[in-house]
Write a protein that binds this ligand. Structure first.
Ligand code: 5GP
Ligand code: MN
Length: 336
């Protein structure tokens, strides 16, 4: 274990630091990680940011994105950086399985491990944690870590603010989810004061689609949407062939599940994708409906109550049948 005082005294001199985040990083994973990266380099630390896999084009514009090391491209370099680091920051995840092969490398490393996260059920691998499931984004927790714990509000420059704003904006559904309360709006206002250009960030993330992506979305909605009124559930499923027909790139499927959830009366939405080695599920729900429980129980996954994911190594058709077969058990909650 590491106390805040010990962590602060470590950070008082330049350290070798690695920041890592979850598999297939999203806006919060990259925003929180690059936000912390930009903060720590400014303090003179030797910092590396290792992402387990690639991530969408619409997240590749943040300050110092070019410095990000993708583990699958540079395994040896990433491994030695982790082995030599004094500190490893684990952002936006709390179980080492979420960073694939990197998980065991991080576990075995001599570095002190710092978890900054907002997911349920943290695994016990860290030495210090700033963990709060009531935070709408890991980027919010990085802001609090710098401002309240390190007491270094002045350390938030324009680059840090831009990245943290991106993380908070994306994970809060553009400031509309229940956890995006007044405190989050205050943090966002601070970040704008520190130089985050909110209008530009929104444009770079959300108005940055390829023509193929928009046509693919249209195809999913017009031809692949199945509404099960008797369970207030909507499903969109896509095959490998459909993905390749639209030249689907990393991130192109993100957000499609929300269209299914936006149908009047729908409480549970599933986006089911056939990937090369497994079928991946993305669930979204409204109100108290526990999407994460379904993912954990049936699809070796997890997540938040209203946004969760999992996977199954079975043919797409079977996975869809498994998903549908679960619904009767939840009928009361789905119709409530
Ligand atoms: P998405 O549907 O956007 O892939 O994931 C939504 C949320 O579900 C993520 O923020 C993450 O918390 C969780 N999640 C997605 N896939 C998995 C998985 O395979 N395992 C676990 N434990 N959580 C997942
Ligand atoms: Mn997050």
């Amino acid at each position: 274990m590491l106390t805040l005082t010990e962590l602060k005294s470590l950070l008082a001199t330049p350290q070798k630091i690695v920041i890592t985040t979850h598999h297939k990083p999203d806006g919060d994973a990259m925003g929180s990680s690059l936000g912390l990266y930009n903060y720590l380099i400014q303090k003179g630390h030797h910092v590396s940011l290792v992402a387990p896999t690639d991530y969408p084009d619409f997240l590749q514009w943040m300050p110092n994105n070019a410095e990000v090391l993708i583990y699958t491209d540079k395994k040896e370099e990433a491994t030695s950086l982790i082995q030599e680091a004094a500190l490893v920051f684990c952002l936006d995840f709390n179980a080492l399985s979420r960073i694939n092969e990197l998980g065991e490398i991080v576990r075995a490393a001599g570095a002190k491990k710092i978890m900054i996260d907002h997911h349920l059920d943290p695994e016990d691998f860290d030495d210090y944690r700033h963990w709060d499931i009531n935070a709408c984004a890991a980027a919010q927790l990085v802001y609090e870590f710098i401002v309240n714990q390190l007491e270094d509000k002045e350390g938030i420059n324009k680059d840090v603010a831009t990245c943290l704003y991106t993380g908070i904006m994306t994970d809060s559904g553009s400031f509309r989810f229940p956890l995006a309360g007044a405190n989050v709006y205050r943090i966002a206002a601070d970040l704008i004061d520190f130089g985050a250009e909110h209008w530009k960030i929104h444009q770079l993330v959300y108005d940055n689609s390829s023509e193929d992506r928009i046509k693919f979305l249209g195809y999913c909605l017009s031809s692949k949407l199945e509404v099960l009124k008797e369970f207030n559930t909507a499903i969109i499923s896509v095959t490998k062939e459909e993905l390749s027909k639209y030249h689907s790139a990393t991130g192109d499927t993100e957000g499609i599940v929300n269209y299914a959830l936006s149908i009047n009366g729908i409480k549970l939405a599933a986006f089911i994708i056939e990937r090369p080695d497994m079928v991946k599920l993305s669930l979204r729900s409204t109100g108290d409906f526990p999407a994460n429980e379904i993912c954990k129980k049936y699809f070796s996954g997890g997540g938040h109550r209203n946004a969760a994911g999992g996977a199954m190594a079975k043919p797409l058709k079977e996975v869809i049948e498994v998903f549908k077969s679960i619904l009767p058990d939840y009928k009361t909650q789905l119709l409530a």
